[in-house]
Write a protein that binds this ligand. Sequence first.
Ligand SMILES: Cc1ncc(C[n+]2csc(CCOP(=O)(O)OP(=O)(O)O)c2C)c(N)n1
Ligand SMILES: [Mg+2]
Length: 355
Amino acid sequence: MRLQFPAAWFYPLPVPNLDQPPAAAELAVDRDFLRSAFRSMLVARVLESKLASLYKAGKIVGGVYLGKGQEAVSAALGTALIRGKDVFCPLIRDQAGRTAFGETMLDCTRTYLGSVEGPMGGRDGNVHRGRPQEGVPAMISHLGAQISVVAGILFARRMKGCLQDAVGATCIGDGATSTGAFHEALNLAAVEKLPLVLVVANNQFAYSTPNSRQFAAGDLVERASGYGVRGWSVDGTDLLACASVVREAVRRARVGGGPQMIVAHLLRLSGHGEHDDAFYVPQTARQSHYGRDCLEIGIRQLVEKGVATVDEIAVWRDQAAEDVQRAVAQAQQESAPDPYREDWSAIATRFPLSL
Ligand SMILES: Cc1ncc(C[n+]2csc(CCOP(=O)(O)OP(=O)(O)O)c2C)c(N)n1
Ligand SMILES: [Mg+2]
């Protein structure tokens, strides 16, 4: 039976800034950055659409959680980071950021389809994948625990004298900002002035719980100053704004400015996972400014700024669709892990983890 929540739970909705987007950021981002970030958004959207169909066809091991509507800030972050130097611990909704940071499509399809060739050897499902040796710890938790993982890696590197000008970034949702893990990790990062970039995607809901039932503060960004952290509030549906803000925040963390917390305001354009039809999201929220699709806004922005043409974007989309088909077909013909041939010792004991 479907639960019916009283309307008063949701409205009046003191959702911050739903119709008052933060002032548009100056375009302080170059053409190459925008093209690259946008392409990652597009690839992620095409890839995730395929994953959703595979889920509905019963072909996926475990659940499917999409980043639809959240790609702009995620892609901006992945593009601003440097693979081989920085640490990026993505969340469940960060396919765009993963793509931008250089994850191959095969890493994704192999994990979702349970292939032994995948980065987790087919042992762990869907979003719980990473390449820790390459600065991408596997996603471990939705609710804030990753902040301390990244802070710990940065701290360890500093103590070993090899931090240099690397930064570490991770992402959480609005719901995670109410956990102790968030508080403890951000506080430690601030005290130690770690080069940590934390992106909070405020998609207005933690599963079905609206912001109004989660916290009484106005804009979540206000929490940053409580920790002595630089806070940034950005319209997560606006690619130019995300690119500009995220890039500047990463730059500041890199030059010793300490932790940076970016709150991106947006709406999740899918269910919590593909098993959820998000019936609890009111129409008023869908029709609000933050119900806009950042991918459509991105196309408009790129074309209007002369950064890409519609024809070029169509070619990118077709290329992404082809690549996705190939990566899915490849993973589908690979085997699942064989439990009798597996080494069941903890992965961490098998090779030294270089932080
Ligand atoms: C410790 C813990 N409690 C509860 C859950 C179940 N859970 C997973 S995601 C989620 C909501 C997260 O909301 P938010 O942080 O806003 O992220 P979003 O899903 O909106 O991106 C909950 C309650 C969990 N994974 N771990
Ligand atoms: Mg949320």
